[in-house]
Design a protein. Structure first.
Length: 133
């Protein structure tokens, strides 16, 4: 099921992508005006630092150290927040969540896999921006 960011948004347009190394889910909502999209991003940016201080995931295994970062992100006409989690070790993985907006459109991207995760997310957001014109 699609995530519910805000009751005002309704159901998103959803798409997925899976390659040998990366699995990506993308959800997009059109708001009534850019001000609504900005308010949703403002709320997310206020809450995002809490993600960096969340307790470690059991995915790290015994003695594993998870590195989580939260920062602003902009590219291809989008602005928003990026949460990146790196799990080192023999089965190293990267998870990345971005919540971004452009005008009245809000997009949530959730991706996981090997090291090219950021590039794959960048490419998909650029493609969405191109389709929106």
């Amino acid at each position: 099921p699609a995530p519910r960011l805000d009751p005002a948004l309704g159901e998103p347009v959803a798409a997925g992508h899976s390659s040998g190394e990366v699995t990506l889910h993308l959800y997009a909502w059109a708001t009534s005006v850019p001000m609504v999209a900005a308010a949703i991003l403002d709320q997310a940016e206020a809450e995002a630092p809490d993600c960096a201080s969340a307790p470690p995931s059991p995915d790290a295994g015994p003695g594993g150290r998870i590195v989580r970062s939260v920062d602003g992100w902009a590219g291809s006409g989008w602005t928003g927040v990026r949460i990146r989690t790196e799990v080192p070790g023999p089965d190293a993985s990267v998870r990345e969540t971005r919540l971004v907006r452009s005008d009245e459109v809000v997009v949530l991207v959730v991706a996981a896999g090997g090291d090219p995760v950021s590039r794959v997310v960048d490419d998909h957001l650029a493609a969405v921006a191109d389709r929106l014109g």
